[in-house]
Ligand binder design. Structure first.
Ligand SMILES: Cc1cc2nc3c(=O)[nH]c(=O)nc-3n(C[C@H](O)[C@H](O)[C@H](O)COP(=O)(O)OP(=O)(O)OC[C@H]3O[C@@H](n4cnc5c(N)ncnc54)[C@H](O)[C@@H]3O)c2cc1C
Length: 384
């Protein structure tokens, strides 16, 4: 009842369809129904609800939900209100070309941030592999992809935030202003406040991407090359790649299916034909951004299997939005809305070989067809 008296501009609802959405996430590992769902129309709406929760005699919780692509209920609450940040765009993106930043609503999806900045020839610097995630959702984690070795994760590319604190105050924070709040909220798993606006650093957007994949049967050669490539992060742009990532291939289905639509059917791969005797292969992915036809070729110092170079060339938007193509394919097969017991781990360089032996070759063997990604990270890019 106290919530109904708040004078919200947005919509507070118990509509079954809204409740169903807010009860689940991408992981589909557990269902928790909230008491109500808020579709905010402004940052003030978010502040009013959090303030009411803080001062409530009965006590209820508030959970921000972006696009609900968490794995294990991180955006859910059974004892309160889910604030549905995505889908209710309170303010459209505002690109400031001269200072190269964009101000966006916390629930904005990265795909929409990209589309709005590309209209000005600009784009954010650091990405996740998949763009149908919200700004507030990835900034509450870290936001890591193949650009992080160079620019740091997404949380390192934010100038300023508007945050609704646990007491329901709406504060602006940055490295200089309310810095404790700024650093707590970035990577704070939604526990230190709700991001209602983020100011994100931009760079000139390249027009095209040369995307290269090479295969390895030797894990140490694979990670050795990943480490070599990310060690070039301080070199001029012409001497390094723009994106370095990789994945483990435990069966042929993976390389010819998941994340591979852009390469097939031109480059179908038979693992056995690459001399790996049917065992695990490792795929290094690198890209070079370019504007004219000046893309580099594969660096000759790498130690991949010589017959295994796959190259494709795409507009920048298509490269960044590549996983969506795989999503649409999996949806047609009924394989997207299924449980995803995914796990993310940081493994130090000193133990990565043991991890390969124990997990990739040991526990997993050839018993999975899900994606297994290996992102090389420069530790010094993770710390501010
Ligand atoms: C297909 C897929 C691919 C992915 N690829 C990558 C990847 O390449 N790199 C990577 O780093 N991650 C990746 N992720 C993980 C993803 O970044 C996180 O799960 C992220 O939290 C999802 O964003 P969301 O908007 O769906 O957040 P939600 O699941 O809605 O929320 C996530 C967390 O953030 C909090 N939160 C949400 N909005 C706000 C806000 N405005 N203010 C404060 N807290 C908030 C929630 O309370 C919750 O704790 C991927 C996930 C999927 C499903």
């Amino acid at each position: 009842m106290e919530l109904l008296r708040l004078g919200l501009d947005g919509q507070l609802t118990v509509d079954p369809a809204d409740m169903e959405v807010a009860s689940l996430d991408f992981g589909m590992l557990g269902k928790i129904e909230p008491l109500a769902v808020l579709h905010p129309s402004s940052a003030q709406d978010v502040a009013r609800v959090v303030k009411a929760a803080y001062g409530s005699a009965h006590g209820f919780t508030v959970s921000a939900r972006g696009h609900g692509h968490s794995i294990n209920g991180q955006a859910q609450t059974g004892k309160g209100v889910v604030v549905q940040m995505s889908g209710s765009r309170a303010v459209p993106p505002r690109v400031v070309v001269g200072e190269r930043y964009v101000d966006v609503w916390g629930g904005e999806l990265w795909i929409d941030v990209l589309k709005s900045t590309l209209e000005h020839g600009l784009a954010p610097k650091s990405w996740t592999d998949y763009l149908y995630l919200s700004v507030g959702g990835t900034l509450s984690n870290a936001g890591i992809s193949g650009q992080a070795f160079n620019h740091g994760p997404q949380i390192n590319n934010v100038h300023e935030l508007d945050v609704v604190t646990g007491k329901g105050e709406l504060l602006t924070c940055s490295e200089e202003k309310n810095s404790e709040l700024f650093y707590a909220v970035l990577g704070g798993l939604g526990q230190f406040g709700i991001i209602t606006r983020a100011r994100i650093a931009l760079e000139p957007a390249p027009q095209r991407v040369r995307w290269i994949r090479v295969l390895y049967s030797n894990f140490m050669a694979f990670t050795g090359d990943q480490e070599y490539l990310i060690s070039l992060h301080d070199r001029p742009a012409s001497q390094k790649f723009d994106y370095v990532e990789g994945f483990v291939i435990v069966d042929e289905g993976l390389i010819n299916n998941w994340r591979s639509s852009f390469f097939s059917p031109r480059n179908p791969v038979k693992i056995s034909s690459l001399g790996s005797n049917g065992s695990i292969l490792y795929c290094l992915e690198i890209t070079k951004n370019y504007d004219e036809s000046t893309a580099d070729t594969v660096d000759q110092r790498l130690n991949f299997i010589p017959a295994s170079v796959f190259i494709t060339d795409l507009p920048y938007l298509d490269f960044l939005d590549r996983v969506h193509k795989a999503e649409l394919k999996l949806r047609t097969k009924g394989l997207w809305e299924v449980p995803h017991p995914w796990l993310n781990l940081f493994v130090p360089k000193s133990r990565i070989g043991d991890f390969d032996k124990g997990v990739f070759k040991g526990i997993l063997g050839n018993k999975t067809s899900g994606p297994i990604l290996v992102y090389p990270m420069n530790k010094n890019k993770l710390i501010r």
